[in-house]
Design a protein around this ligand. Sequence first.
Ligand SMILES: Cc1cc2nc3c(=O)[nH]c(=O)nc-3n(C[C@H](O)[C@H](O)[C@H](O)COP(=O)(O)OP(=O)(O)OC[C@H]3O[C@@H](n4cnc5c(N)ncnc54)[C@H](O)[C@@H]3O)c2cc1C
Length: 507
Amino acid sequence: MKIKRVAIVGGGTAGWLAANHLGVELSRDPDIQITVIESKDIPVIGVGEGTVPQIKTTLKKFGISEIDLLSSCDATFKQGIKFANWMSTEKYGADHFYYHPFSSPYPSGFDVTNYWLNNKSSFEFSKLSEIYLVAELNRSPKQKSSPPYMGMVDYAYHFNAAKFSDLLARNAREKFSVRHIVETITQVLCHEDGYIKGFVYESGNEEEFDFFIDCSGFSALLIGNTLGVPFLDKSTRILTDTALALQEPTAESDEIQPYTLATAHKAGWVWDIPLTTRRGVGFVYSSKHMSESEAVDSFSTYVGRDLQNANLRRVPMKIGYRESFWEKNCAALGLAQGFVEPLEATSILVTDFSAQLLARSFPKTKDDIAAVSAYCNRVASYTWDRVIDFVQFHYFISDRRDSMFWRDNTETTMISDVLKERLDMWKIAPPKKTDFFSAFDIFGVENYLFVLYGMDYPTRPGVLGANEESRAKELVRDVQDKSLQMGNSLLSHRVWLSELKRALASR
Ligand SMILES: Cc1cc2nc3c(=O)[nH]c(=O)nc-3n(C[C@H](O)[C@H](O)[C@H](O)COP(=O)(O)OP(=O)(O)OC[C@H]3O[C@@H](n4cnc5c(N)ncnc54)[C@H](O)[C@@H]3O)c2cc1C
């Protein structure tokens, strides 16, 4: 029997990303109808404002114009993440930082890592990217004349999460005729074989579908509550479990940082995400290592005012993922599938990736499900494991020992065999592209290099050949010259965005 009626439960970022991906792949078939169901009484999580460059490819594919995104979502450009205080302040000073920029540290494709390892006292690894200076000077990644979705350096976005969902919803309804209903599901109905059949809504109406996508957030209404797929808890590897979120107003005249600032503290870190109208700031911590009142005090120090009576949102975080994201006629995406704290903005990325995987492998009939779901589940589990490795290693390789949180993170034996093997290997020689076998690694050699050497990972330098040395020296000088040129010629981030706003207003 052909799968025709597809229900997506949830109208958050995950639900609408799924609706657009399915729209792209399935809307050519007039038999298929995609419905997004959301509850007016169960709010979306409302955080999730940092992305990675992959989002540009996705938005282009959905047919969303960059100008629409920038103008309707209070969006700003993100050229990477600036990590402050992730190392010992005694050794590296009170204001040390490094960048994980969205670029490659291989100038002209040449691997200069060994040259850097031999000369690391003379310049920081982050400076192998032009983004270091462009970001430090608060410049826009784009010129006025840059084509949509392209810049002088690579970038992603920060945006208002609720407005982003609205943009995706509008696009899915208008371009792919996705049906949207506002109802609270009070009961999930199943067939005798355990496949899901449909819903009873709070209004008393009932509706049946052939395939279900669970984007119901942490509640995991279908994949967890109905189908009972176990949640693999990873809180022994990622110790942060709570966030306090705050929105801070900004003035029109304030500079806008073109990066997420991630500042480590005694029991976690703070995200600081600039939008055009405000900053989204969040205090991420481990509740086993810090009480809520200590967290509020420490957060108050960060923002420079007393937050005891402020409108802080406390968000508990469930760290881990579903043993299988696709079970019978139901696949889970977004927070219903899994979550690994917000460092490195992995959640929208994994959702986007999984939604695309599902849309491309979408079964035509019930009989197709077993084969494609087995493959997709293997891919998703691999991806989650590598995402957890990548997030955990930011904590694990730190030399901070100033609190129990840092000691528990750095002295743990709870790391995966893959991460352990890689870190052991990278003491002997730096990472290479070929260390990453799979297209599903998500984070590859560039990402690891910037974090490893931003954090001074002790790799043994190799012997430098004369040719290698002179070529590397020349290429590093080129990056520095290009950085200066860009720093001098690119507009300030705030000015670029204000000029866009003015131009749109005068249309
Ligand atoms: C503290 C924190 C910070 C984060 N920061 C980032 C970041 O910087 N970058 C990033 O990529 N990600 C981030 N994330 C993750 C990001 O917020 C999520 O990936 C994203 O918002 C998607 O959420 P969702 O759509 O899965 O769930 P939700 O937004 O929770 O949506 C759930 C939907 O399900 C519906 N629903 C639930 N139950 C029912 C029912 N019974 N009947 C009908 N409808 C129902 C609700 O109405 C709602 O529409 C962060 C997450 C947290 C917790």
